[in-house]
Design a protein around this ligand. Sequence first.
Ligand code: NZQ
Ligand code: ZN
Length: 391
Amino acid sequence: MNNFIFYSPTEFVFGKDTEKRTAEMIAKYHGTKVLIVYGGGSVVRSGLLDKIKRILDGAHIAHVELGGIQPNPTDPKVYEGIGLGRREQIDFLLPVGGGSVIDTAKAIACGIPYEGDFWDFYSGKATPQKAVRLGVVLTIPAAGSEGSGNSVITKTDGLRKLSLRTPEVLRPAFAIMNPELTFTLPAWQTACGVTDMMAHIMERYFTNTEEVEVPDRMCEGTLKAIIAEARKVMRHPHDYGARANLMWAGTIAHNGTCGVGCEEDWASHFMEHEISAVYNVTHGAGLAVIFPAWLTYMAGHHAKKAAQFACRVWDVPESDDKKAMALEGVERMKAFFREIGMPTSFRELGIEHPDIGLLVKKLHENKGERVGNYLPLDSRATREIYEIANR
Ligand code: NZQ
Ligand code: ZN
């Protein structure tokens, strides 16, 4: 196991009715004027936004709001939020929604005190030194942004979807997580979230770091639990227990708990980000296409961990033929994705003729000559993986 620092200071307030504690939590972290950020309308339709505003009013906490954040969030809303936040002199951000809303709020949070362009942080020109504090009310378990210091934004000009990773500055002070708020999720979004949290675990699990039995078993156990709970939720969307398990799984999948002490991979995520940047598909659905293709490639080139994954997560019997084991694992994973309604090829994702040349070019422009760590991939390898996804 590698040396590591595990520091995950977000205060998680989990369970039924926990959104009632929003004002109390904001006050605890010294918020006095709040910018509420939300998405395309689900929190308006469910009544959650009004409820939160009433709770803040009741506690005499001033607030302004920025709605209309779209999935795969883009820079114009960030600039709008930075302008609004500065004009209104807000001192706290409250995203109410999923990863897109939270990531936009994080970009606004570090953009407000910065004199330059917030995009400097995403393009790697600068590192945020400070940010307006934020707390989260989560409505979809998926991206894990409620417990991470990461944010992913697309620059409309050039369609560059880039991530910023600054755990010390951008990790939410608190995350309110009421599984009942996820009852309204459409099956598609539920399944996309399930796929994304599984992918976050797999990016950590596929490592060359040796002697990681505890992280491995945590990854495998959490993946098995997600698979079982997802099946329940697809059948019974109002199953509180299953929704609760999925909600917590989404957080631990990405807050560092799984894969602690391991070198992480992330090639599949970077490859997917190019797909969702160019074709504006849902991130989780893009991962359901790319991860099996990546794993198929690994079966042929670096099968060791892929065979263990097949055996321990997908119950493929042990054999001396590691490649065959790994490939059977891929088939079982794809069958599960199909079962929950996910696509497993570009065509099923609605992209008949993907511009693979463009995806490969953008990927290596953004991420360098080699991508990932489990088996660093050059442009020949990433092209082959995109082509496997196009079969
Ligand atoms: O916009 P509204 O109307 O609110 O609807 C949303 C949206 O259409 C809907 N939704 C959310 N909660 C709901 C609901 N509908 C009904 N009932 C509810 N309770 O779900 C749709 C998707 O929301 P979004 O926030 O886009 O989902 P997610 O949490 O999957 O976030 C995806 C974004 O996060 C990025 C992705 O690339 C993508 O841009 N990621 C962020 C990461 C991070 N910050 O650490 C890591 C991830 O790997 C990922 O890249
Ligand atoms: Zn993801």
